[in-house]
Write a protein that binds this ligand. Structure first.
Ligand code: PMP
Length: 454
């Protein structure tokens, strides 16, 4: 009986779909990944793949850094667990908070630790409402997100996000969450210049605030560059206009740094890249390069001061908030990023090379646009290059390209018919050449497959 129970449990696990938003890796059943080194992973059959997606936008340092394993082992032996409740702390969590405060923009000197990006955004949800209640504005409750934004898979995260696929399940979003358009110039810009469209897309926020009444709006949440929604890079007019609007209507600005943070854009944070002055910055993924689960919300001083006045009344926190082993690994990850000057290297060398090489695919008949910032890039697949006409079929061509890339030994991700690229920051020039060559082969194979259909 025991045996069969175990097998049933394993069977259930096998069928669980690990990604809810156009996920890539586990579609055709279980590809068992057994080993990884640098930018490469190997499956149980010994096949090698170049991981142009850094796991799930997180393995910023690449796989197999022994320093991170050693930091975990040391901490595991010294103090495997202690929490941050009841006026306790632990050394790695305290040091990590200090390091984050040093890296963050000057007005951000506090962090609330979580175990994931989703929990970070749940924390945001509660924090902003509690903040306004403490300020004497209990009606300032609505949080505005964006279409196709992704902020996690928990009830709050999926509500703040604007993925229709997630909202279909379980009656989300929860009440008190609204969404506005995304700044997707390639799809929606029409004849407008990028700058004109950036202003238009930002003003959707002002319209929504006026519709709801500023006294009812607590916060606006957005990723500096929308990731899972298709690597949507806002035009340069977008963020300054958003900044003007949130300031005018006294709405908190939450910049979800879960993907953009820790070097992805060639700066420490997406906020640095766009010069965004955020009140809250959810973080995760690249904080530990994905080696252990850890996330958090970086909190501006004025919010932290208000919440602290309430003391223990803000009852919020997780058993594993500030877990010492995760914090020790995150600290080691940040130390390596700093001491090896990896983010400077991304900004001055690796990202310009990646973006330049990817542009060599721009003339491919399937390719409508190639765009990128730092170590993020997107390739739009279209049926007609000039009119930007899309293929019908809900991302069927993107999925085909992703699967054919896999056959070439390349891991990409597809959101609809947009191919997403987000390799480890440590990728070398030779590896970028391999990435681009395999991506080109995947495009050719996709085109051949489409032609043989017609
Ligand atoms: N925010 C963003 C911008 C993300 O991309 C993700 C994860 N893809 C999350 C939040 C949720 O993070 P997690 O999966 O660690 O809960």
């Amino acid at each position: 009986v025991e045996q069969s129970t175990i097998w049933q449990a394993m069977d259930a696990a096998h069928h669980l779909h690990p990604f809810v938003d156009n996920g890539a890796l586990a579609r055709e059943g279980a590809r068992m990944v057994t080993r990884a080194e640098g930018v490469y992973i190997w499956d149980a059959e010994g096949r090698q793949y170049l991981d142009a997606f850094a796991g799930l936008w997180c393995v910023n340092l690449g796989y197999g850094r022994p320093e991170l394993a050693e930091a975990a082992a040391r901490q595991m032996n010294e103090l495997p667990y202690y929490n941050l409740f009841f006026k306790s702390s632990n050394v790695p969590a305290a040091r990590l908070a200090q390091t984050l405060a040093e890296l963050a923009p000057a007005h951000i000197n506090h962090v609330f630790f979580t175990n994931s990006g989703s929990e970070a955004n749940d924390t945001v949800f509660r924090m902003v409402r509690y903040f306004w209640a403490l300020k004497g504005h209990p009606d300032k409750k609505v949080i505005i997100g964006r279409q196709n934004g992704y902020h996690g898979s928990t009830v709050a995260g999926a509500s703040l996000g604007g993925m229709k696929s997630m909202h279909r399940q379980g009656g989300l979003p929860v009440p008190g969450v609204e969404h506005i358009r995304q700044p997707y110039w390639y799809d929606e810009g029409g004849d407008l210049s990028q700058d004109e469209f950036g202003l238009l897309a930002a003003r959707a926020l002002e319209e929504k605030i006026l519709e709801l009444g500023a006294d009812n709006v607590a916060a606006f949440i957005a990723e500096p560059i929308q990731g899972a929604g298709g690597i949507i890079i806002p035009p340069s007019t977008y963020w300054p206009e958003i900044q003007r609007i949130v300031q005018k209507y006294d709405v908190l600005l939450v910049a979800d740094e879960v993907i953009c943070g820790f070097g992805r854009t060639g700066e420490w944070f997406g906020c640095d890249y766009f010069n965004i002055h955020a009140d809250l910055m959810p973080i995760a993924k690249g904080l530990s390069s994905g080696y252990l689960p850890i996330g958090g919300v970086m909190v501006a001083d004025h919010i932290a001061e208000t919440l602290k006045q309430a003391g223990e009344e803000f009852s919020h926190g997780f058993t594993y908030s500030g877990h010492p082993v995760c914090a020790a690994v995150a600290l080691e990850n940040l130390r390596i990023l700093k001491e090896e000057r990896i983010i400077e290297q991304v900004r001055s060398q690796t990202a310009p090379y990646l973006q330049m090489q990817l542009q060599t695919l721009a003339d491919h008949p399937l390719v409508g646009q190639i765009r990128g910032v730092g170590m993020l890039a997107a390739i739009e697949l279209v049926a007609d290059k000039h009119s930007r006409r899309r293929y019908d079929g809900n991302g069927r061509v993107g999925a085909l390209c992703r699967d054919l890339a896999l056959k070439q030994g390349l891991i990409l991700r597809a959101t609809g018919d947009t191919m997403l690229i987000s390799p480890p920051l440590t990728i070398t020039r030779d590896e970028i050449n391999i990435l681009v060559e395999r991506a080109g082969q995947a495009l050719d194979a996709t085109q051949a497959a489409l032609e043989s259909e017609s």
